[in-house]
Design a protein around this ligand. Structure first.
Ligand code: SAH
Length: 255
């Protein structure tokens, strides 16, 4: 890699430079012949080149920095690659016209949560995601203590694969990192994503308050959940169960 390249802080450019870790990430993806992969934030392409050693059919790259895209175009000569100069927080994965995608990325940490949220938006076509994120973000996703972690855990099985110290990156970030795997559940619940997000944001606002202050008591009663409970006491199944009654009420009011 050219050390002369200027890395941009605003786009969270911390490159993974350890060949061992790059290899390990790709191994975790278990890429089989014919699969379609998307890499988010390829940067100068260190991880990309490792991914291209697998028997994949097609590799889409989504990168926001035009300079990085230019470098990639000049250095990656592989017919399986298609590069998008685009923003992964809002990228429309359905335009790829694929039915099953595996996503991989050493994510820009400042927008990692937004990229994870956008992954869930396309859960019907994204079967697996392997993301390098800030360790703290990874740990939060393992517990149902934020709206986003419940949102993700509803559809994906989240696994913590390994911790990675700052020295493996260039420049080293100020925080520890972790690799996580999101694996689509076999039978995820069918629900209206927009309304579900609204529901989760609503019950995760003012966390310490009891549920009665956040939801119509009628809904809690129907779901047989105590209005004195707090959001951190709910189990994943309870969120989904409670949501059913919320959705019913919400759609009813809209009529
Ligand atoms: N994968 C590379 C670089 C990771 S750094 C490596 O491991 O070496 C994060 C990368 O994400 C940078 O290249 C940065 O330009 C890119 N990026 C930042 N914000 C983005 C966004 N919203 N959409 C797509 N790419 C983004």
């Amino acid at each position: 890699m050219k050390l002369s390249m200027k890395l941009k802080k605003k786009w969270g450019q911390h490159l993974l430079v350890s060949p061992g870790i790059l290899k390990k990430i790709v191994e975790f993806a278990e890429i089989k012949p014919g699969e379609t992969i998307v890499e988010i934030g390829p940067g100068p392409g260190n991880l990309t080149r490792e991914i291209l050693k697998t028997p994949l059919k097609k590799l889409y790259l989504i990168e926001i920095d035009p300079e990085m895209v230019e470098t990639l175009k000049q250095t990656l000569k592989d017919e399986r690659v298609k590069i998008f100069l685009d923003d992964a927080t809002t990228f429309d994965f359905s335009k790829l016209q694929e039915t099953s995608l595996k996503l991989i990325g050493n994510l820009p940490y400042n927008v990692a949560s937004l990229i994870i949220e956008n992954t869930v938006n396309y859960k019907n076509i994204i079967s697996l995601a392997l993301y390098m994120v800030q360790k703290e973000v990874a740990e939060r996703l393992l517990q149902n203590t934020s709206w986003l972690s419940v949102f993700v855990n509803t559809f994906y099985k989240v696994q913590y694969l390994m911790s990675i110290p700052p020295r493996f990156f260039l420049p080293p970030p100020k925080v520890d990192s972790a690799l996580i795997k999101l694996e689509k559940k076999e039978n995820p619940p069918i629900l209206n994503l927009k309304v579900y997000k609204k529901f989760l944001l609503q019950i995760f606002s003012k966390k310490r308050k009891k549920l009665r202050h956040k939801l119509d008591e009628k809904i809690l009663k129907k779901a047989n959940i105590s209005p004195d409970k707090r959001v951190e006491e709910l189990r994943l199944e309870e969120f989904i169960y409670l949501y059913r009654f919320f959705e019913e009420e919400f759609l009813f009011q809209k009529r």
